[in-house]
Design a protein around this ligand. Structure first.
Ligand SMILES: NC(=O)c1ccc[n+]([C@@H]2O[C@H](COP(=O)([O-])OP(=O)(O)OC[C@H]3O[C@@H](n4cnc5c(N)ncnc54)[C@H](OP(=O)(O)O)[C@@H]3O)[C@@H](O)[C@H]2O)c1
Length: 233
């Protein structure tokens, strides 16, 4: 049997809290003949800050001639030892902004640049980026988290722009941003307050995949939450 006869899925950021649960969920479904799980330690590896690793990984996947019908970028950055989400203007630094934009916007854009050409030319396929509701400009009433919010807004604009271009060559393909909902992972751990609706990564994975599997080409270039409800830009 040719690899093009079997649908494959591919997760980037498979080491993350949500990415690993999405990978396990997809592997449990009979629908996907193969599930690629890529991260900074996989073979091939992907480091969002190193475009050559993205190119090499895309070339490696292309060699397999896989028919990728579901592609999820589950990477993201909110905090590390050096950078905390800003509470006020004086916390904003050039390095915090640059790092958030590199990981949350430029990195996924480079992944889409090199992986969207692997989308099947005919037939439905879904490419999704995990974004965040706080990246919505219209929904922003609280302020704060300047770098994270702005980098996710930039990611959303890149998704929208690339979706318009994708439609010209692959009218059945879908490219969308999705907010996974507040999920118990390392990323959210310092901020998960009592009373907040924090779900397990396993529950989030099922919800996200369910939304993505039900999108239609008309939904391409849009931003959804984990229940499939559109989020304003
Ligand atoms: N958890 C939530 O409540 C929540 C809410 C809204 C939105 N989100 C979004 O959901 C996505 C997944 O978040 P999560 O909660 O699963 O976070 P997580 O557990 O911290 O996972 C983050 C993932 O991003 C990867 N990553 C970071 N920098 C990278 C780089 N330079 N190159 C390659 N991979 C890199 C990490 O790889 P390593 O393992 O190598 O570090 C890891 O796989 C993010 O986009 C986040 O913004 C999450």
């Amino acid at each position: 049997m040719n690899n093009r006869d079997v649908s494959s899925a591919l997760v980037i950021g498979a080491s993350g809290g949500i990415g690993s649960s999405i990978t396990a969920h997809l592997q449990s479904k009979a629908k996907y003949g193969h599930v690629w799980a890529l991260d900074r330690r996989s073979i091939p590896r992907i480091d969002l800050l190193d475009e050559s690793s993205i190119i090499a990984a895309a070339n490696r996947i292309a060699e397999e001639n896989s028919k990728i019908t579901l592609f999820i970028i589950a990477t993201g950055f909110l905090h590390n030892i050096e950078h905390k989400p800003e509470k006020r203007l004086e916390d904003v630094t050039e390095t915090s902004l640059m790092h958030a934009f590199a990981v949350n916007a430029a990195g996924p854009a480079m992944v889409l640049k090199h992986f969207l050409p692997l989308a099947p030319k005919k037939g439905r396929s879904v490419f999704a980026c995990l974004s965040a509701r706080v990246g919505s400009i219209e929904d922003n009433t609280l302020g704060g988290w300047h770098s994270y919010r702005a980098s996710k807004a930039a990611l959303n604009q890149l998704v929208r722009t690339m979706a318009i271009e994708l439609r010209r060559t692959r009218p059945d393909a879908i490219l969308a941003s999705i907010h996974p909902g507040t999920t118990a992972t390392n990323l959210s751990a310092p901020f998960s307050k009592q009373g907040l609706d924090v779900r397990s990564p396993e529950v989030a994975a099922v919800q996200i995949v369910n939304v993505l599997e039900n999108l239609t080409p008309q939904d391409s270039g849009s931003f959804f939450d984990h229940m499939g409800k559109p989020i304003p830009w």
